[in-house]
Design a protein around this ligand. Structure first.
Ligand SMILES: [Zn+2]
Ligand SMILES: [Zn+2]
Length: 313
């Protein structure tokens, strides 16, 4: 899947950069893309689920150098203390000599630390650049996340994710994340959260900024049972607004987690057709997810609470 942040790539001829230029020219073009779209790329890198390994790698490297720097600084301070001790024992305390000693210590520490830091920053930048190059060339193709088709334009994946699970925030096409949520609720229940989370089989979100409405989850049509088995869990339902249990606010940001058994399992088990013999394509695996969870974060007080937790296979 491709998040909206990658839209800027459409302004460049990626195929030409990839195949038509020599390595140096191609690197130059990637750097140009990177500098012209710094903000979008930064957002993307933070949101890429498969960025995990590379960032862990970079972070570890950074921590290692930071550790080294602190150790070095520690020894330099000990040395400074020792020198001061010697000066003090050798007669009267000479403030100017003391100041000179401390200055030398700091100059030395800077002298030792800088090459280390520059080196680690350079290395880290190189890794990130190669990674970015990879993403720009192959980006959308290598994101194999179980984001259902009806959500792919409004979910921004967060942190971790793989073929089996993805968590993302729901963002409206107007870029707002504040939603008014509606779930099915027992009759005569005008507000949610209900005590029994299990009864929630429907969730829709309406953008507070632009009023656009999104169907986020409906067990009757989504997930393995709804999508492949065409199983209707229930007929008539009544609905209620989701309100914050703490402050009763009706505006929330919404996060969802989808779990899947993976593409291969889907192809083997579904025989690429629905129960009514409608044919399916391999790409439909994302719609036959096995679990759907959602939680809301109150826009007013920040309280977060689950809204849906539904097994769908
Ligand atoms: Zn909106
Ligand atoms: Zn609240």
């Amino acid at each position: 899947m491709k998040t909206k942040y990658w839209d800027f790539l459409e302004n460049y001829n990626i195929d030409e950069i990839k195949y038509g230029l020599d390595d140096k020219q191609s690197d130059r073009m990637i750097k140009k893309i990177a500098s012209e779209n710094h903000k979008g790329i930064h957002m993307n890198l933070l949101n890429l689920p498969h960025a995990d390994v590379i960032f862990t790698n970079c972070r570890d490297r950074y921590k290692r150098y930071r550790g080294l720097t602190y150790t070095l600084l520690f020894f330099l301070i000990i040395a400074a203390a020792f020198i001061t001790y010697i000066i003090r024992n050798s007669g009267t305390i000479d403030i100017s000599r003391y100041v000179v000693t401390i200055s030398i210590v700091f100059i030395l520490s800077v002298f030792f630390e800088f090459p280390l830091l520059i080196y680690s920053v350079y290395k880290t930048r190189r890794i990130l650049f190669d990674y970015l190059k990879d993403i720009i060339f192959y980006g959308p193709g290598i994101l194999d996340l179980p984001v259902p088709g009806h959500l792919k334009d409004i979910i921004i994946p967060l942190g971790k994710g793989n073929e089996r699970t993805v968590t993302g925030e729901v963002i409206c096409s107007c870029a707002s994340n504040e939603m008014r949520l509606i779930v099915n609720a027992p009759p005569n229940c005008d507000s949610f959260p209900v005590k029994e989370l299990k009864i929630v089989t429907y969730l829709s979100a309406t953008c507070i900024n632009c009023n656009k409405e999104y169907l986020i989850f409906d067990k009757n049509i989504h997930g393995w049972k709804g999508f492949i088995n065409l199983e209707k869990t229930e007929g008539e339902r009544s609905f209620a607004f989701v309100e914050c249990p703490k402050c009763r606010c009706l505006s929330h940001s919404l996060y969802i987690t989808v779990c899947s058994s993976g593409k291969e399992y889907f192809i083997n088990e579904s025989f690429l057709q629905k129960d009514d013999d409608t044919p399916l394509s391999g790409n439909d695996w994302v719609n036959a997810f096995s679990n759907f969870m959602a939680y809301a974060v109150c826009s007013n007080c920040g309280w977060n609470f689950p809204v849906v937790d539904s097994q769908t296979d």
